[in-house]
Write a protein that binds this ligand. Structure first.
Ligand SMILES: *Cc1c(COP(=O)(O)O)cnc(C)c1O
Length: 298
């Protein structure tokens, strides 16, 4: 496996960062998780735009223009000969001293691109659905660090996921400080009730997922059933006909139990299945991504 670090492609064994990198010392950095389908990097422009916004908001200057980062992403996938893959792009603050001061990170940010295969959940979960809990960990407030920043500072999410695992569930729902559903530890959330497709609005404090955006486009354009963005509590989720999660890693996955309550029929619902089908068709279409290889352009 070849990994991109600051302009070089290195073997996995030699792909290392300094112990003085503030990405390690403080979780000071941002990242992206991106899919590759059939030799095309899915919605690469959206991911790069979000990376730029995340970086800017934590006062991190991109080490090169976005066009060059795009070229580095394509080069890394190509170097590994992958057609279906998952890319992890990290931008850390870089090497500094042991203090918090980002001005000491003089070498500048460190750009890392890993292209690998993943299967986040076994196939069976896309039929039988996930078990969720409502976490005791709240979504961080926007006046701490905006949830819109895809930051390396992921400990609340990691602990929420651990809480789910301990309860025998696969994912955890994070509520806002006043009790509204925001998202899951690594995925956005949707529910369907009486034909309406509902998801929390951006202003409540969520990571604005690329998969969320694509699902909203597909519902509007292909189903003719625009997604409603509004606040809701777990109470509405418990009574929903269908619930599903979206994320680059998980793609679109049904949730069938929340805090021990069965959702709908207790298996993937018809609308969820339809949306999964639309998503897969879209991901297989040339318009959905940036070609890595010449022949994927056609
Ligand atoms: C990345 C992420 C998502 C999903 O975003 P996608 O762009 O669809 O992968 C949702 N929530 C959190 C906290 C995330 O980090």
């Amino acid at each position: 496996m070849k990994i991109y670090i600051n302009g070089q492609l290195r073997e996995k064994e030699d792909a290392m960062v300094s112990v003085f990198d503030h990405g390690l010392l403080y979780g000071d950095g941002v990242f992206e998780g991106i899919r590759v389908y059939g030799g095309r990097v899915f919605r690469l422009d959206d991911h790069l735009q979000r990376l730029a916004k995340s970086a800017e908001s934590i006062l991190l200057t991109l080490p090169m223009p976005l066009k060059k980062i795009e070229a580095a992403v394509l080069e890394t996938v190509r170097a590994n000969g992958l057609k279906d893959a998952y890319i992890r792009l990290l931008l850390t603050r870089g090497v500094g001293d042991l203090g918090l001061d980002m001005r000491k990170c003089k070498a500048g940010p460190c750009l890392i691109i890993i292209a690998d295969r993943i299967e986040l959940y076994p196939d069976a979960y896309y039929e039988k659905g996930l078990d969720l809990i409502v976490s005791t960990i709240r979504q961080r407030r926007s006046d701490q660090l905006s949830p819109g920043v895809k930051s390396l500072n992921y400990l609340p999410n990691v602990l929420a996921r651990a809480e789910a695992s301990r309860a025998g569930a696969q994912e955890a729902i994070l509520l806002s400080t006043d009790g509204y559903v925001t998202e899951c530890s690594g995925d956005n959330i949707f529910f369907i009730a009486e034909g309406a497709i509902v998801t929390p609005p951006v202003h409540i404090g969520i990571l604005e997922g690329v998969t969320r955006k694509v699902v909203m486009e597909l519902c509007r354009d292909r189903l003719g059933n625009p997604v409603v963005e509004r606040l809701f509590t777990p109470f509405e989720l418990y009574r929903a006909g269908e619930v599903f999660l979206t994320g680059s890693g998980a793609e679109i996955i049904p949730a069938v139990r929340i805090d021990g309550r069965t959702i709908g029929s207790g298996a993937a619902g018809p609308m969820t299945k339809k949306i999964i089908g639309l998503f897969r068709d879209y991901a297989a279409s040339p318009a959905s991504g940036t070609a890595v290889y010449e022949d994927a352009k056609r």
